[in-house]
Design a protein. Sequence first.
Length: 273
Amino acid sequence: EVDPSLQALESRQEEILKRLYELKSAVDGLSKMIQTPDADVDVTNIIQTDECSPLTTNGADLDLMLGKGYGALKDVVINANPSLPPLSLLVLHSLLCERYKILSAVHTHSSVKSVPENLLKCFGEQTKKQPRHEYQLGFTLIWKDVPKPQMKFSIQTMCPIEGEGNIARFLFSLFGQKYNAVTSTLIDSWVDTAIFQLKEGSSKEKGAVLRAMNAALGKTTWLAGNELTVADIVAWCALQQTGSANAAPANVQKWMKSCENLAPFSSVMKLLK
């Protein structure tokens, strides 16, 4: 007969071996996620595999993105200060015009004494207007004495969205692009960095951002992968307005030329002259 105490010992040993095996499997799984305790995660491969349709494809359905309760024409109304024009919103307006039928208008508020001619014509020469209901989107820019750009969509029901970066995110969302969590977070980070550090930060902060951009653009064509995003638009405009473009390192210079080869950017460059 087998000694009961020996049986109990064998049973305990099997249980311990089982638990050790489970623990090893868990550690192996973690080791694939974490290389070293203080290592930066390289998300380049994750970003490059993010699938999104090019901006030049057929227009997304505005009703699906914004709802149908806004009437035949949806209106975007933006207040901006002509002393610091929000260039990224002008680039986005041009891109949206390639996708949708947009009724554009520029006005001057009484709080502003004068507006340069080029800003009054920032949407170009307006062609003969069709009946209002034939447009998909209304885009009205009002030059006004405001501390930061403000936007309302659906005047009756919506609190204003403030800040160039936030408005740019909203306008870019009208293209219907979908990104994974990593890419979405990276895009938001670059937009905030461009606004708060590249555009409004100290010379030391601007230098650090240019170095970070140069490193990122050494791995991917655009700041957040292989497709143009709102991050590229806001960052390019910030560089133009801060006068940092000429001091940019090689990868950033190459990226800037890629932006400027696109019509919406080149049209905004004319405003800077």
